[in-house]
Each structure stands twice: as structure tokens, then as C-alpha cells.
Design a protein around this ligand. Structure first.
Ligand SMILES: *[C@@H]1O[C@H](CO)[C@@H](O)[C@H](O)[C@H]1NC(C)=O
Ligand SMILES: *[C@@H]1O[C@H](CO)[C@@H](O)[C@H](O)[C@H]1NC(C)=O
Length: 164
């Protein structure tokens, strides 16, 4: 399970890292339809009323996160339909134009890292501490997490752009 733990940490770290960009750049266009609610730099891939997960908020502390510091992620959302075993995350991480990682991960496995089990349904509140590395190679990172049920119904799709 080392792989999934690493993947989750990478995802959080990458998402966290994107907050730095958000904090230091005024050039990102605000679009209420695609901004994820809360103190975070996340966007939905597209405005979509059909996602099975409604995200109430995602809060990062500190925001922006700091290298070498513990990042606390708190999130709340509502699964409007049951999500059973077989749900998956299509994750890609790009560094500049280079794809560093393109992986499929098991959503239910990942949820064990935050003490949740499938089937997922109803309101969930999650808290997770992540240790951020103190040294991160400089550059632009882009993380995309596209999440589906076993039957390819879209649960959510989140995107984060990162600059170190
Ligand atoms: C969560 O979703 C269910 C199903 O759509 C709905 O009945 C319920 O009211 C929602 N809960 C909240 C707190 O929005
Ligand atoms: C998820 O990724 C797999 C492997 O790359 C691909 O075959 C599949 O079509 C992707 N699923 C969706 C819904 O994009």
C-alpha cells in the first residue's frame, strides 16, 4: 500500500503547492462556476451539476502551505449517490510540458487513508495532515484528478496548477 499512500501524499502536496501560486498571482481569472468553495486553490475541471460529490468546502491550513510545514486539509462534501467498490481516480501530474505521472488509483483504497470505507454516501467531513517536503524542485506543476464510479459516472474532477 506504499504506492497509494505515496500517491495520496503527492496529490495533497501538489494541490497544496498550487496554493502558493494562487497566493502570489493575480492573473488567475475568477470564475465562480469552477472555483472549489473554501480556502484553497482548486478548480473543478468544468462547471458540472452532475458530479456525484457535492463539495461544501476544502480548507487548507496554512493557506498558502509552506514547504517543510505540516499542512492540514479539512474538507466536507455530500455523496448524492452511493459510491461502491471499483470507483477510481485517474490522476495526472505534469511538470511543465512533461507528464511526470499518469496513474489510476482505487478510490476506496485511498479513502482508507482518511478513515473512510466504501460504500461512500451522504455527508462526509475529512481531516488530513500532510508533511510537505522542505525542498521542492522549482517549476510549474499541474495536477488533475478525475474521479469515476465503477460504471463511469463522474464523481468529481479537480484541477490544480502549481508554481514553485
Ligand atoms: C446530501 O445528498 C442527499 C441526496 O441528494 C440529500 O438528500 C441530502 O439532503 C444532502 N445533504 C445535505 C446536507 O445537503
Ligand atoms: C482512466 O484512465 C484509463 C487508463 O489510462 C483509461 O483507459 C480510461 O479511459 C480513463 N477513464 C476515463 C473515464 O477517462
Amino acid at each position: 500500500m506504499k504506492f497509494t499512500a505515496t500517491l495520496l501524499t503527492l496529490l495533497f502536496a501538489s494541490l497544496a503547492a498550487s496554493t502558493s501560486l494562487f497566493g502570489s498571482s493575480q492573473t488567475i481569472l475568477a470564475d465562480d462556476d469552477v472555483d472549489v468553495p473554501g480556502k484553497n486553490p482548486l478548480k473543478f475541471c468544468q462547471a458540472n451539476d452532475n458530479y456525484l460529490l457535492t463539495i461544501d468546502f476544502v480548507d487548507l491550513t496554512p493557506n498558502p502551505p509552506l514547504p517543510g510545514k505540516t499542512l492540514t486539509i479539512k474538507a466536507a462534501g455530500n455523496f448524492t449517490a452511493d459510491v461502491a467498490e471499483g470507483a477510481y481516480i485517474n490522476l495526472s501530474v505534469k511538470y511543465g510540458l512533461i507528464t511526470l505521472l499518469r496513474r489510476q488509483a482505487d478510490l476506496c483504497e485511498q479513502m482508507k487513508n482518511v478513515d473512510e470505507e466504501c460504500p461512500l454516501d451522504g455527508e462526509k467531513v475529512l481531516t488530513k495532515d500532510v508533511e510537505l517536503p522542505s525542498r521542492i524542485p522549482p517549476g510549474s506543476y499541474s495536477v488533475l484528478a478525475d474521479v469515476y464510479t465503477k460504471d463511469d459516472e463522474q464523481i468529481t474532477c479537480l484541477i490544480a496548477d502549481v508554481h514553485f
